[in-house]
Design a protein around this ligand. Structure first.
Ligand code: DGT
Ligand code: CA
Ligand code: CA
Length: 581
């Protein structure tokens, strides 16, 4: 996939910056019209059916948009060009320290943040925690005991996720920074290592490796990157910075002959490295970030392949490097032939403007064809899910007619009729069989009652799968990073039940979800349950998410044959039909 797209700022991110500006302005009691202008702009940009950055990067100017004047258009151009807004950077600097953090806490808007600041001098999450624990917050006007409890819950969730970041954010920041490093002539190779290279679902910090004869110039160029907020450490061959986005980046500079050894070391995981070192010791070798050594003699290290070869191993794909059996498998020549992005033939979970998507049916179809997909399944939300504009029975039937009409116009992609039907609290589905039976596939999803006991949640999912029409269980853990952790559920039982019922599990590729988890993919593979990697696309750009799903599937050791939608439509059709009645 093209690099530019990865780095490009998308509409949602532009909108998020405008929302943050509005939040700080509101906290500061700025003019209400000014605040409203930013909130409006956020909404307008977020709802556009095309990406602002795509237009601007072609050198074209934005078409006239009502509500976005010259000043806002200029700010948009700046965000697209730099990934940042100097106005937001300035507002954040000038605001009371800790305010930005407070505003980002779910459930704490600018009004409440202001009351907390004015009444209790709360300026940090730590203050907030103390005041909530002392019961001081419930007494504030407009707060109350329930809000206080909710704040404590939000703080607890925040502590769990605060030091981790979405893979999509980390990837964009890492690519931009790598491009910055490559500008320096002295730099030979630049590689992203660490958890980002292993494609973990969330990223703690970015690890970047560069090769150069001499480290100090590279380090200087690195710390003077425009997005550097703080330099935490700086030495002759290594440095650590914190970016304005809050992401920390470690850079190591090594000589070219150590590139492979350093890349192996900094890719990790730590557990994988420890296992490699043990293997080396058994062979009388020493391995570190500079190379593989026999006594004082360096015998390998310029490429990763050379490092693994001295240990009698083939090169191991980064996604497998978690010490989950990959070394034994490599030794026994049993490494899986991991699925690749190009193996996907279609996408089985796609929304349109009929529910909460941002592009029309024909736009989603055209974009799928442009991405080289052979088929997509249109799967809107069902009536129960009002906030996502869930479809009533009549609306679903109308959409099916619309699909029939589009099919007649030969849209260049096979369009399947599906639904993302809500799984109700008791495991019943939100539509009855008379509707479901008319579809090509049924995706069931939980969007409510996340707090059920493990036993009840597990039963609920299994009951849902028992329906005569049930094809795929969507985002099986319900995790939504960073706002919501996975609910309690016995995934082993769910997977075994899927096997018994002959249905499939989704690996939802949205960066916030990446659900099924990697180890659960391994379990599903063992049980012989096929996984559907889906974009859960809500806009034409979301097909790009599929590659995060593929990376997660690779972490779960999945091969092409383990994934449902690696089959061409002809082979897929009978598999779907078998789940429908
Ligand atoms: P993260 O940042 O929490 O998402 O996860 P990683 O895996 O990127 O961890 P990080 O950034 O602390 O370290 C990057 C790599 O450096 C790690 O995957 C393996 C290597 N490494 C770090 N510390 C150690 C260590 O104490 N021993 C060994 N053998 N390797 C280490
Ligand atoms: Ca890291
Ligand atoms: Ca690190």
């Amino acid at each position: 996939m093209n690099k530019k797209r990865n780095i490009a700022v998308n509409n949602a991110e532009i909108a998020a910056i405008f929302e943050k500006i509005a939040d700080i302005l509101e906290f500061e009691n700025a003019n209400v019209f000014r605040i409203r202008a930013y909130r409006n702009a956020a909404r307008i940009v977020n709802n556009l059916p095309w990406q602002v950055s795509a237009v601007l990067s072609k050198g074209e100017s934005l078409p006239h948009l009502r509500g976005i004047g010259a000043d806002l258009a200029g700010k948009i151009a700046e965000i697209v060009a730099t990934g940042h807004s100097s106005m937001l950077d300035r507002l954040s600097r000038e605001a009371p320290a800790g305010l930005v953090e407070l505003l980002a806490l779910p459930g704490l808007g600018p009004k409440r943040a202001k009351t907390l600041y004015d009444e209790l001098h709360v300026t940090s999450l730590k203050n907030l925690q103390e005041m909530a624990e002392k019961g001081r917050i419930r007494a504030l006007p407009g707060f109350g005991a329930r809000t206080e409890t909710r704040i404590l819950d939000a703080l607890k969730q925040h502590r769990k996720t605060a030091d981790r970041h979405l893979i999509s954010t980390a990837e964009r920041e890492a690519n931009a920074l790598a491009a910055h490093l490559r500008q320096l002539a002295a730099v030979k190779d630049v590689a992203v290592a660490g958890s980002l290279r292993r494609a973990r679902e969330t990223i703690g910090d970015i690890d970047i490796l560069a090769t150069a004869a001499k480290g100090s110039d590279v380090i200087q160029h690195f710390v003077s990157y425009a997005q550097t907020q703080e330099v935490q450490a700086q030495g002759p061959t290594r440095a650590t910075i914190v970016l304005r986005s809050g992401l920390q980046v470690d850079l190591r500079v090594v000589p070219e002959e150590s590139y492979g050894a350093a890349l192996t070391y900094f890719t990790g995981s730590k557990a994988h490295n420890i296992a490699l070192r043990r293997l080396a010791r058994e062979r009388g070798l020493k391995i570190n970030e500079y190379g593989v050594f026999k006594g004082k003699k360096r015998i390998a290290g310029d490429t990763e392949k050379s490092v693994y070869a001295t240990l009698g191993l083939p090169w191991i794909p980064p996604e497998l490097r978690e010490d989950r059996g990959e070394i034994e498998a490599a030794r026994g020549k049993r490494l899986p032939q991991l699925i690749e992005f190009g193996d996907l033939w279609g996408d089985l979970h796609v929304h349109t403007t009929a529910s909460d998507g941002r592009n029309s049916l024909s736009e989603m179809a055209a974009a799928a064809a442009a991405h080289g997909l052979e088929y997509i399944a249109i799967t809107e939300h069902s009536q129960h899910l009002r906030i996502s504009r869930g479809l009533t029975r009549e609306e679903l039937l109308a959409e099916m007619d619309k699909i029939d009409r589009l099919r007649g116009r030969k849209p260049g992609v096979v369009i399947l009729k599906g639904i993302e039907v809500d799984i109700l609290e008791d495991g019943a589905l939100d539509f009855d069989d008379s509707v479901l039976s008319r579809l090509d596939l049924v995706i069931g999803a939980v969007h409510s009652h996340f707090a059920l006991s493990r036993e009840k949640q597990t039963e609920r999912l299994m009951r849902a799968m028992d329906h005569s029409y049930f094809t795929i269980l969507a985002h099986p853990n319900g995790r939504l990073f960073p706002a919501r952790p996975s609910y309690e559920v016995d995934m082993e039982r769910v997977i075994r039940h899927a096997k018994a019922r002959g249905c499939f599990l989704e690996l939802n590729a949205q960066p916030e979800r990446l659900d099924l988890l990697d180890v659960q993919c391994m379990l599903a593979k063992e049980e012989g349950v096929l996984i559907a990697i889906t974009s859960d696309g809500h806009s034409v750009f979301d097909y790009d998410f599929l590659r995060y799903g593929v990376a997660q599937a690779r972490r779960g050791w999945l091969e092409k044959s383990d994934v449902l939608n690696t089959r061409p439509y002809k082979a897929l059709k009978p598999l779907l039909a078998a789940t429908m009645g």
